[in-house]
Design a protein around this ligand. Structure first.
Ligand SMILES: *[C@@H]1O[C@H](CO)[C@@H](O)[C@H](O)[C@H]1NC(C)=O
Ligand SMILES: *[C@@H]1O[C@H](CO)[C@@H](O)[C@H](O)[C@H]1NC(C)=O
Ligand SMILES: *[C@@H]1O[C@H](CO)[C@@H](O)[C@H](O)[C@H]1NC(C)=O
Ligand SMILES: *[C@@H]1O[C@H](CO)[C@@H](O)[C@H](O)[C@H]1NC(C)=O
Ligand SMILES: *[C@@H]1O[C@H](CO)[C@@H](O)[C@H](O)[C@H]1NC(C)=O
Ligand SMILES: *[C@H]1O[C@H](CO)[C@@H](O)[C@H](O)[C@H]1NC(C)=O
Length: 547
């Protein structure tokens, strides 16, 4: 019996990391865990029974420490039984010194740890319901550790998979044998659809058998219980519900990945699933890290875009991930990252300029960028262009037109603020992530109207290759009977698409332009329909629907 205060203490300390804040947060029981309030437990509730009850609950939460917990529980049951058998439990003096000491020891450990450890359950209370909700689902992996650089690549269902494979290809293609032993690439499939996760894992295993075999490549996904109910999020900063959900999920995904990666190497680099790495990136990164080793940076930037190519010391990841989790519902991840810097070094009594200077010390940028967004400059994989020409910047990136009132919808996901509605209102261009087959943009008119013609221009001077390819322009006539005559008549020059739409044009070299003849009038809706998966993003810089 003498041996187990220590064992118990150690195991419960582990447990405490996961649950103490929760235990402490149980309302209406002040003082019970402080150990400094004598006689606080009511009559008929000796310490051991309390502890036992708590542990029963805690066991549900403990996840990976379940096994250890069971044995602790067993021992505790044994302890609490002993007095039970011989005398009524209310006599506290019966509790033998051994067990009392054990409890004291436990309390000491618990209170010690409760002040030093973060607690994810505070920020994500839904995780309490499932003990496994924090356990990563490692679909492919050999548990590689101790590398210099860990890459984290989150990928989601919507985005095109072949981009992911291209991304991985570009990361791997220039590596020497020694370098590939010193890396770990974690593909985080941020989906709970296990079939989809398996399909990504299978594609990666098929495409990179050697890298999977050597442990260089891992495929990991979250537990199905990891994500909260996104429908209850508050819409803030003018973001739509969809976007709030998207950015919240991104916070959770990046945090999960960081926490998973934290003990696997020295540095962690965040990427996305549609980037191209510059040849020789590994040596460039290592050289820059060595050069800045004595600086107090929080991250190094190997790309200027969003969260791509940001390098952290893995020892900083717990802090960063906890900050993200703390505010995951509140702001997008790149703002949060900036706020960490602010919190760390800005003096609220000084001005922005001072703040910027201070922050600049914590992030150092490497030039030129080592990672390029595939969509950004339309570079096809392997081909990176930096379009920094000032003249280009002065040319308009979109052209505004007066368009008839329409309800807008699309299956495309736009990048940043380059949305369809801003395009249609003449405020911006639409920039969408890689279109896949059957993606569409739909302009439906509240009442069928007369439309004489249309013009859709994709790409712009800066992003000339992000065009719509294999995409048709289609009309939904207000009068279905006329349509049948036009499509099925003897001299039919139109083809029918699906859902009653008629094809009236197609993008050629990025441009779709045409008239709509009288027979199709009035028009209920216009649609752009993508017929095959694209290799690049799509940018729509001009929409003109002439009435
Ligand atoms: C607890 O007691 C039971 C019998 O009452 C015994 O079989 C078991 O080994 C004990 N467990 C521990 C961990 O001491
Ligand atoms: C301990 O006492 C409770 C009632 O106080 C009783 O239900 C339980 O069976 C007892 N346990 C043992 C092991 O005797
Ligand atoms: C508790 O036990 C002690 C002896 O061990 C006894 O003197 C005392 O009366 C008991 N108290 C109660 C409330 O049973
Ligand atoms: C999420 O919350 C909404 C509103 O409270 C509720 O209608 C919905 O059933 C919840 N979904 C899940 C999966 O719990
Ligand atoms: C366009 O898409 C269709 C349907 O997916 C396909 O059959 C056709 O080959 C594609 N055309 C081009 C030029 O890619
Ligand atoms: C409890 O155990 C201690 C040894 O640690 C012993 O000295 C003491 O007499 C025991 N007390 C009772 C009430 O059994």
């Amino acid at each position: 019996m003498r041996c187990y205060p220590v064992r118990l203490g150690a195991l419960l300390a582990l447990l405490a990391v996961l649950t103490v804040s929760w235990i402490r947060s149980v309302p209406g029981r002040p003082g019970e865990w402080t150990g400094s309030v004598p006689g606080a437990p009511g009559p008929k509730t000796p310490d051991l029974q309390n502890l036992y009850k708590r542990l029963l609950v805690a066991e549900e939460l403990g996840g990976q420490v379940n096994k250890d917990l069971s044995s602790i529980l067993e021992q505790l049951v044994n302890i609490s039984r002993t007095p039970n058998v011989s005398q009524p439990v209310s006599n506290s003096s019966l509790t033998n010194v051994t067990s009392t000491e054990a409890v004291k020891q436990l309390r000491a450990d618990l209170s010690h740890h409760s002040f030093t450890q973060p607690n994810i359950y505070l920020y994500m209370p839904h995780l309490r319901q499932h003990p496994d909700s924090l356990r990563p689902n490692v679909v492919v992996g050999k548990g590689r550790r101790g590398v210099s650089i860990v890459f984290g690549i989150p990928t989601v269902k919507r985005e095109k998979q072949s981009y992911l494979i291209n991304t991985l290809n570009s990361l791997l293609s220039s590596l020497t044998a020694a370098q590939s032993h010193d890396l770990l690439i974690i593909v985080f499939v941020a989906e709970t659809d296990s079939e989809y996760v398996s399909s990504v894992a299978q594609t990666i295993t098929d495409s990179f058998p050697k890298e999977v075999q050597s442990g260089l490549m891992e495929v990991v996904s979250p537990s199905q219980y990891y994500y909260p109910n996104f429908t209850t999020l508050k819409e803030t900063f003018g973001d739509s519900k969809e976007r709030v959900k998207w950015r919240t999920k991104q916070n959770l995904d990046f945090s999960f990945l960081m926490l998973y990666a934290q003990d696997k190497g020295t540095y962690y680099v965040q990427l996305e699933d549609d980037v191209v790495a510059k040849t020789g990136y590994y040596s460039d990164m290592k050289a820059f890290v060595t050069q800045t080793a004595s600086d107090e940076w929080l991250y190094l930037e190997f790309s200027q875009l969003g969260f791509i190519g940001k390098m952290f010391r893995t020892r900083d990841l717990p802090l960063i991930a906890e900050f993200f989790l703390m505010f995951h519902k509140d702001k997008p991840i790149d703002w949060l990252l900036d706020h960490i810097l602010w919190v760390k070094v800005c003096n609220p009594e000084k001005d922005n300029k001072d703040c910027d200077q201070q922050k600049a010390l914590l992030k150092q940028r490497y030039k030129p960028s080592l990672f390029q967004h595939v969509g950004l400059h339309s570079s096809l994989p392997g081909k990176i262009q930096q379009l920094k020409d000032k003249d280009f910047d002065q040319q308009p990136l979109f052209r505004a037109h007066k368009n008839p009132a329409a309800d807008l919808s699309s299956s495309l996901k736009h990048y940043q603020h380059h949305s369809l509605s801003r395009l249609y209102n003449g405020e911006d261009f639409l920039w969408a992530l890689t279109p896949l087959r059957d993606d569409y943009i739909l302009f439906s008119f509240p009442q069928p109207i007369h439309i004489s013609g249309f013009l859709f221009r994709s790409g712009n001077v800066k992003t000339s290759a992000d065009k719509f390819y294999n995409t048709t322009v289609e009309v939904l006539p207000g009068n279905a009977a006329l349509k049948d005559k036009l499509v099925f008549g003897s001299d039919s020059k139109y083809k029918e698409s699906k859902d009653g739409f008629i094809i009236v044009g197609a993008f050629e070299n990025g441009l779709a332009e045409g008239e709509i003849e009288a027979g199709l009038q009035p028009v209920s809706a216009l649609r752009l329909l993508v017929h095959s998966d694209s290799d690049v993003w799509a940018l729509l810089s001009e929409v003109h629907i002439r009435t």
